[in-house]
Ligand binder design. Structure first.
Ligand SMILES: [Zn+2]
Length: 350
């Protein structure tokens, strides 16, 4: 099995799978151990500071179980090397911390028919799933478009409670073991989310998206190497300034809905967010599909974009403008959180 990332999530994955006696463990990571990693990446110790993470992880695995064969890749997983590396393994665990890698792992696994045991976390929340395109939805079915670059800080930037990757990575190891030995009830088609601060678990059912570009009926991504993951995730170009986008206040939007005003409301939130609460009168178009589906909008009426905090909706407006759309576009100021504050107290804040 292959572990992508030798950090917080990779730590329990490597430790438990080594202890379980998984025959071959591959680890890919291009980072070196830093002191600030040690609070959560307990596979590394103070003596390892400055060493490549894969080398330090290999030593720890060998200490736990010298019979395990460890393959290390002190490099980034890229569109150029992903197929070669991933094709060597039966099961892949995504323990990375960034969106380009998540899409890359997902797409390569989908094309090669491998399961992608996914884990991710932010501050006090984490989630786990098994994205296995042959048997259920993939990561792209769940998240057709990445969040705008810069909106979701990494663990290094946003911080994470050190125990959380221990919990999430251990759950990933549990899924890997079930996939290897067969049996049990695995997480294909389900996402389990864990809130460490309030100690709450949630489970969401997720479904295959027929329009998924990698596992849907009309696959549009057929070559990993041809896809620019950095660009897709907005890391190579900064979007326009936010200030040029016109906003609409929640109360104003409510008034216009109540008066039956002709207006189009587009919800650009993720499926798991809409599962928490649907926005009234809204049509759903993910940001990644806006350009292609702009003809569904009536450019003679006002279109209002809605997201959680009023930031992705600005990106949505800019995306359409860049695509040449000329009709009037607005974002709901402050998103659904402001809506909950000012208009509908029962609307969930998450
Ligand atoms: Zn898919």
């Amino acid at each position: 099995m292959l572990i992508v990332g030798a950090g917080g999530l990779g730590t329990p994955l490597a430790q438990y799978l080594a202890a379980a006696g998984v025959g071959t463990i591959g680890i890919i990571d291009n980072d070196e151990v830093e002191e600030s990693n040690l609070q959560r990446q307990v596979i590394h110790g103070t003596r390892d500071i400055g060493r490549p993470k894969v080398a330090s992880a290999k030593d720890s695995i060998k200490q736990i179980n010298p019979l395990v064969k460890v393959e290390t890749y002190n490099m980034r997983l890229t569109a150029e090397n992903a197929e070669n590396i991933i094709s060597e393994y039966d099961v892949v665990a995504d323990a990375s911390d960034n969106y380009p890698t998540r899409y890359l792992v997902n797409d390569t696994c989908a094309l090669l028919g491998k399961p992608d045991v996914f884990g991710a976390m932010y501050q006090f929340e984490g989630q786990v799933s098994v994205y296995y395109a042959e048997h259920g939805p993939c990561f792209r079915c769940m998240y057709p478009a990445p969040p705008p670059a810069g909106l979701v800080p990494s663990c290094a930037m946003g911080g994470v409670v050190g125990v959380l990757p221990g919990v999430i990575g251990t759950l990933q190891a549990n899924e890997v073991i079930k996939l290897i030995v067969g049996g049990g009830k695995n997480l294909i088609g389900r996402v389990v989310a864990f809130d460490a601060w309030n100690l709450k678990w949630r489970e969401l059912k997720i479904h295959k998206n027929d329009n998924c570009p990698i596992c849907g009926k009309n696959r549009t991504i057929t070559e990993i190497e041809d896809f620019d993951y950095e660009d897709f995730c907005g890391l190579t170009q900064q979007k326009e300034e936010e200030s040029e986008v016109e906003g609409i206040e929640p109360k104003e939007l409510k008034r216009r809905i109540d008066e039956g005003d002709k207006i189009t409301i587009i919800d650009v939130r993720e499926p798991h967010e809409r599962a928490i609460a649907k926005f009234p009168e809204a049509k759903v178009i993910p940001i990644g599909q806006l350009e292609r589906r702009q003809k569904e909008l009536d450019d003679t009426v006002d279109t209002v974009f809605v997201c959680k905090e009023g930031k992705r909706s600005i990106l949505a407006v800019n995306t359409l403008r860049e695509a040449g759309y000329t009709g009037p576009l607005y974002n709901l100021k402050g998103g659904t959180n402001a809506w909950a504050r000012e208009v509908d107290k029962d609307f969930p804040v998450y």
